[in-house]
Design a protein around this ligand. Structure first.
Ligand code: ZN
Length: 297
């Protein structure tokens, strides 16, 4: 089962986060039928959302990446309960790997932005965005956190796709420098991070998130929370009904005139919701009741 951990170094210099997301990314791959390139891009984004989500006590965080590359837009979101979901606009795009590496940056593109939205259930969600640097996602997210949220951050994200296209390893970590960190501690950590093998190598060696953090900081860390992660969508029949109501009476009448069930598929999870003409009539009645109420008000 995928999970993520959140903690701190004992000297208070760094906030530390790490996640193992193989099962989560594999579930996303099966639901979206992604090619290896799209699996890697979406998997990195989902892992990033899971890591940022660790900071939430309520609400959710959304990452939106639009680099103008062949994959199109990528969305990933995570909530405070460890539910993660996402989508890639063109999941069937695949670029031929070079030297054994999936060309994520090229497929995502770097002519665009990465945006992060934190919706804590308050009136206004907090949103920020920066221009993409490479489209490799980890680099872009660390730049976003450092520049837009002004917390110096190092992010590593990795997805290793097997020869049968399934996800063999996935995960990542996030390290944030606190104001009390000494120059010495910072340069020491930077050196370790430069020499650290790719995160997928560590995961394939069998390291769990706690061990990855120990590999960087030694035993001097404290883990505050371990959170299971699930690929779970927030869609429901009620939500789809509300979306149909929002279409308005004319659109719903058009759908009824087609005299066949309307099938609506959730972009995030692939779940299909079907509405018969009779059910659409009920929705139309709801819209009419609603608009009469609004007229009376
Ligand atoms: Zn869904």
């Amino acid at each position: 089962m995928s999970y993520a951990v959140r903690g701190m170094t004992k000297d208070g210099a760094f906030r530390i986060f790490a996640a193992e997301t193989r099962d989560l990314v594999e579930e996303a791959r099966m639901r979206h039928r992604t090619t290896p390139t799209a699996t890697a891009a979406l998997g990195r984004a989902l892992t990033a959302a899971a890591l940022l989500g660790l900071d939430l006590k309520t609400g959710r965080v959304m990452i939106q990446i639009n680099g103008g590359g062949p994959l199109g837009e990528i969305l990933a979101e995570a909530d405070a309960e460890g539910n993660v979901r996402g989508l890639v606009q063109r999941p069937h795009i695949h670029l031929t790997p070079q030297k054994g590496k999936l060309l994520v940056g090229q497929a995502v593109g770097k002519d665009g932005y990465i945006s992060v939205t934190r919706d804590l259930g308050l009136k206004e969600p907090y949103q920020g965005s920066v221009k993409l640097i490479s489209g490799e996602i980890a680099e872009d997210l660390s730049y976003y956190l450092t520049v837009s949220e002004q917390i110096p951050s190092a992010v590593a994200l990795g997805v290793f796709v097997d020869t049968d296209n399934s996800v063999k390893a996935a995960g990542g970590f996030l390290i944030q420098t606190m104001p009390q960190a000494t120059e010495e501690a910072i340069s020491h950590t930077e050196k370790i991070l430069r020499e650290l093998p790719p995160v997928t190598t560590l995961l394939r060696e069998g390291l769990i998130p706690e061990e990855i953090l120990k590999r960087i900081f030694g035993e001097e860390i404290e883990i505050f929370e371990k959170r299971p992660l699930f690929y779970r969508c927030r869609c429901s029949r009620e939500r789809v009904e509300r979306a149909l109501v929002a279409l308005g009476p004319e659109e719903v009448k058009h759908l009824i005139d087609r005299k066949e069930p309307v099938k609506i598929t959730c972009d995030f999870c692939g779940e299909e919701y079907s509405f018969s003409p009779a059910e659409l009539e009920k929705i139309l009645a709801q819209i009419e009741v609603k608009s009469r109420r609004e007229l009376d008000a």
